[in-house]
Write a new protein. Sequence first.
Length: 331
Amino acid sequence: MNEFNVTFEPAKIEVLDREKFEEQINSIAQANSNRLVTIDSMADDKKARAELRKLSKSLNDEKIRIKKEYNQPLTEFEAWFKKAVEVLEQAISQIDSGIKEVEAEQKEERKKVVHELLIELTADTELDSRIFEGLVDDWAKSSNFNDIKPKKQVIDSITYVIDGEKQKIADYKANKETISNFCFGSNVSDTPYIRMLDSGKSVSEVMSAISEDALFEKQRKEAEEKRKEAEKQRQAELEKQKQEYETRKLEESFNSPAIEQPENLQSELEKDEPTSNEEVVEVPETENLPNEKYMALIEIYFSSIEEKNQWKQVMIDNGFGDFKATEFRKI
């Protein structure tokens, strides 16, 4: 069946007194087209606008009514036709569902073939075939297969994408090595800069960041070294000043009048033998020395100020008080 016979008579719409209607509309429109709205005429203008809108709506409503009556045969025909062919649409839908189900099964078979191809082509590489999952549906289209056998075009497409990913890995390794070597030469850790590369920064951007950080670190270390050297010099100067102060105090103490000691101090000192920290150089005794003054240089080591004072008191008590230290220092 391929025929659908229908007969119909085109309806005729005739407007009675067409010219009179147009003349009335034109007259009303002309009477209101040059209306000048003012504050004083506002009330009348609003009333006129309302009457014109009411007239326009009534005319439009009449047009809609006429159109509805004119289309009534068509509306009835469309309702009948939809009901008449409904069973046909149901049959089409049933067949369509079956076709889609078979096509889905075929596509699953093609997807299985694509997965096997991916596993085969990524074997012995660092790639995980699952990273290409988003492309499987496109590769599994029926146009890329003869039944369930993949065409050369789809194999070439898969190979091209895999080779691209392999090249990305090779480039990443080369870039990583370049960054690591540059970091080693700059004496900085490469960890944060590898993270920058992983986050999508280009090699040039990462290298620029390394140079800036290395320069900053160099300047920081130089500043720290200068600070330490200045601190070292300051400490040395303070130590020198302290040494000079202590030496001066010792000289003043040595050359000042003897401190009075207890009466039994001399006898106790005579019993004491020199300690390992004390070296005494004695002037050889001579007989019948002329009544002249002689100078003897004696190097003596004391373990404390108290020991120095004791020695000084002994010298004075034995008539050797006329002496003066020409050099006195802390060692």
